[in-house]
Design a binder for this molecule. Structure first.
Ligand SMILES: NC(=O)c1ccc[n+]([C@@H]2O[C@H](COP(=O)([O-])OP(=O)(O)OC[C@H]3O[C@@H](n4cnc5c(N)ncnc54)[C@H](O)[C@@H]3O)[C@@H](O)[C@H]2O)c1
Length: 259
């Protein structure tokens, strides 16, 4: 039987990169999926191709989160998995912009990457508590190796991803102490071949080769490799794994920077 048969998932940021690969993987593993994205054209196309349902969503719009969760529950009857994947960069270091531009960039990236993830956790837990057969679910939040080794060129992105790591642990332990079988774990991707890094390469030529070289594998991850880690955490294979983190970084953070 498929690993995620009978399960219902929401994947944010489904139109591109890791989100698109995750929709493909969860569908292949048997889950029903509601994919969401700001990009209605690419998001709808990916979902149509994979047999997923699609909804337009700005994850930073907290008022819309209960409606997104309700859409999944009304369509598929329950919610088992939330992958908080949607994210953006701000592209500014601490002293790079004037105050107005700096705080606008900071507020935006925190709203999407951090508040959007928190709002998703809240809305998902409310639905997962009511699942038929008892409270159960798996939330997977997507951080970044910049949460551990931050980018001097993007203070907002790095700080938001650092906060996502701690957010996940707080959510995980709140659920555990409340006696809810709702797990929350973080996947920490390293450089991955997606639109986000292709855009960064446009701004900073040579970036892809430089970040590939930080991994002893000397390459970027394919988004399907990150999706494989997400699918494991979404499954029931390790109920004791909550409040944990999975690095998918080609050992970039496992090696001394001098080598
Ligand atoms: N690509 C990498 O090297 C890398 C490394 C570490 C972490 N990540 C993280 O992985 C996640 C996916 O990134 P990706 O590389 O696939 O990027 P991507 O740019 O290819 O895809 C991101 C998707 O999120 C959507 N999105 C952006 N803002 C949104 C919002 N407010 N509401 C809804 N959707 C929104 C975009 O439209 C896009 O489809 C992000 O959280 C990112 O920070 C990526």
């Amino acid at each position: 039987m498929a690993r995620l048969a009978g399960k219902v998932a929401i994947v944010t940021g489904c139109a591109s990169g890791i989100g698109a690969a995750t929709v493909r993987r969860l569908r292949a593993d048997g889950a029903e999926v509601l994919g969401t994205d700001l990009d209605a054209v690419k998001g709808a196309a990916l979902c149509a191709e994979t047999g997923a349902l699609f909804a337009v969503q700005d994850v930073s719009d907290r008022a819309a989160w209960p409606q997104i969760v309700a859409r999944a529950v009304q369509t598929f009857g329950r919610l088992d998995i939330l992958v908080n994947n949607a994210g953006m960069v701000s592209g500014a270091g601490i002293g790079d912009l004037d105050d107005d531009a700096m705080f606008a960039a900071w507020d935006k990236v925190l709203a999407v990457n951090l508040t959007g993830t928190m709002a998703g956790c809240r809305a998902a837990i409310a639905a997962m508590r009511d699942n038929q057969g008892g409270a159960k679910g798996a939330i997977i939040n997507i951080a970044s190796t910049t949460a551990i080794a931050p980018l001097p060129t993007d203070v907002g992105y790095s700080a938001s991803k650092g906060a996502v790591r701690v957010l996940s642990k707080s959510v995980a332990t709140w659920c555990a102490k409340a006696g809810l079988a709702i797990r929350c774990n973080t996947v920490i991707p390293g450089a991955t071949q997606t639109g986000m890094i292709a855009d960064a390469e446009q701004r900073m030529p040579g970036l892809i080769a430089a970040v590939a070289a930080t991994s002893p594998l000397n390459r970027l991850a394919d988004p399907s490799e990150t999706a494989a880690a997400i699918a494991f955490l979404a499954s029931d294979e390790c109920p004791f794994m909550t409040g944990a983190e999975m690095l998918v970084d080609g050992a970039a953070l496992a090696i001394h920077p001098g080598f």
